[in-house]
Write a protein that binds this ligand. Structure first.
Ligand SMILES: *Cc1c(COP(=O)(O)O)cnc(C)c1O
Length: 422
């Protein structure tokens, strides 16, 4: 069946998933750097951006770096990961969460996702420590700006004496039980990449309460110079420091974080209301304990309302069906109307590069059970899919969540999606 959506013309200017929004002060700080010739990796903008990050999150030290990925790499070094060491990592996330483990020769073991928050399942983490009691490092991300059950994860790490790296790249400004994400880990990473809630065009920071750790990262990220009259080196160094120009943009953006969050929250709530009656739900959070930053609004299609969709490694096929839809149909339809959505992060345990790594579900070692393809997926004892990440990847998608999208434009997006289910 061919579904026609003739009611609308494509959007004249593209509706983005999430694009940078500048306000004015950013340019002033960049100009100041330029006019004073502080075009370097030292300067007032860097110091100020770091201070603002501490003020916002409540952490004691922030080290401004070239990217969130660089911050995660430094975090993995601080954790002392050595070649061959296994590290428990979020599974359904951006690959930048886990690649830094591999940079140091560590071996990620992926922990399955929970339906409650779409983040690391504490139950699966507990199982993982039973299977691999020697593991000493955990990397946990907060997906799409929704805090995971980070206090539970923290408690499990403490019990097993593990170092917790918190990847708060997507969740700056979000809180769990009143505390900012980025302050639960032994060290944490935030990002100012172009599509994040606030941006420097690029950039990131490592957050910590430990002065010595902050100083180590300052040193490593600026080529690891020793205190000597010449360039003296005892350790491997990196060129990871943030530029004072980029820091000017970050500095200017900090004042607009709350405004961006409010806009993103309004977008989430408008979708939630607009989809009433459709066989879908939004990316969930626990309103009693957490306040997300609502960076991306996402959709999950009920199993009964999924038309057939088969994904290979790089291509996908689906067959449209009346009353049903699938992420591919919705994404392709949005694209036809000049609007940008995105599939859910494809779980790391499904990625060819990490296909041989361990994967732990809430019932234990998931590799043996989920590697075989079974129609509808492998079910757990509770009757729900055992591989939660695979299931959310199959049925979920990220919606256009740009804070410059107008309410009228969003109403059209909602209507376009509704028509996919007709
Ligand atoms: C964006 C992102 C990163 C990496 O940040 P960059 O600044 O782009 O290097 C890491 N983890 C997650 C979950 C991200 O979304």
């Amino acid at each position: 069946m061919f579904k026609q959506n003739n009611q609308f013309k494509p959007f004249e200017s593209r509706i983005w998933l999430s694009s940078p929004t500048m306000h004015g002060p950013e340019m002033e700080y960049v100009k100041e750097a330029y006019e004073t010739n502080w075009m370097s990796t030292v300067g007032a903008n860097i110091n100020e951006a770091e201070r603002l990050a501490c003020e916002k999150t409540g952490c004691r030290y922030a080290v401004a770096l070239s990217a969130g990925t660089a911050a995660l790499h430094m975090a993995v070094k601080l954790a002392g990961v050595k070649p061959g060491d296994k590290v428990f990592c979020s599974d359904m996330t951006f690959d930048a969460t886990v690649n830094p483990v591999a940079y140091e020769g560590g071996v990620p073991v992926f922990i399955d996702t929970e339906y409650d928050t779409w983040n690391m399942d504490p139950e699966a983490l507990e199982k993982a420590f039973e299977l691999y009691p020697d593991v000493k490092v955990v990397v946990a991300a907060h997906l799409y700006g929704t805090p995971g059950k980070i206090d539970k994860i923290r408690e499990i790490c403490d019990r097993y004496g593990a170092f917790l790296i918190e990847d708060a790249a997507e969740s700056l400004g979000a809180t769990y039980k009143g505390k900012q994400t980025g302050t639960f880990g032994d060290v944490s990473a935030i990002s100012f990449n172009g599509n994040k809630i606030i941006t420097g065009s690029s950039g990131g920071m490592l957050l910590t309460n430990d002065k010595e750790e902050a100083e180590k990262v300052r040193k490593w990220s600026t080529q690891a110079r020793e205190n000597a009259p010449w360039y003296q080196h005892e350790e491997l160094g990196y060129n990871y420091r943030m530029s004072n120009v980029i820091a000017g943009v970050v500095r200017g953006q900090f004042g607009y974080l709350e405004e961006h969050i409010a806009q993103k929250k309004a977008i989430y709530e408008r979708y939630q209301k607009g989809f009433q009656g459709l066989p879908v739900s939004m990316n969930p959070y626990d309103p009693e304990h957490s306040e997300p930053n609502f960076w991306l609004s996402c959709l999950l299609i009920e199993e009964e309302a999924m038309c057939e969709q088969v994904r290979g490694e790089c291509r996908v096929l689906y067959s449209p069906e009346p009353g049903k839809s699938c992420p591919t149909e919705i994404l392709e339809t949005l694209a036809k109307y000049n609007a940008e959505g995105r599939p859910i992060w494809k779980p790391m345990h499904m990625q060819p590069i990490y296909r041989m790594n361990g994967f732990v579900t809430r019932e234990g070692n998931g590799r043996a059970k989920t590697n075989a393809y079974i129609e509808g997926g492998v079910k757990g004892k509770d009757g729900r899919p055992l591989d939660v990440g695979m299931d959310i990847f199959q049925r979920g998608l990220c919606l256009p969540s740009d804070n410059k999208m107008t309410a009228e434009e969003q109403e059209r997006i909602i209507e376009i999606i509704r028509q996919c289910f007709e």
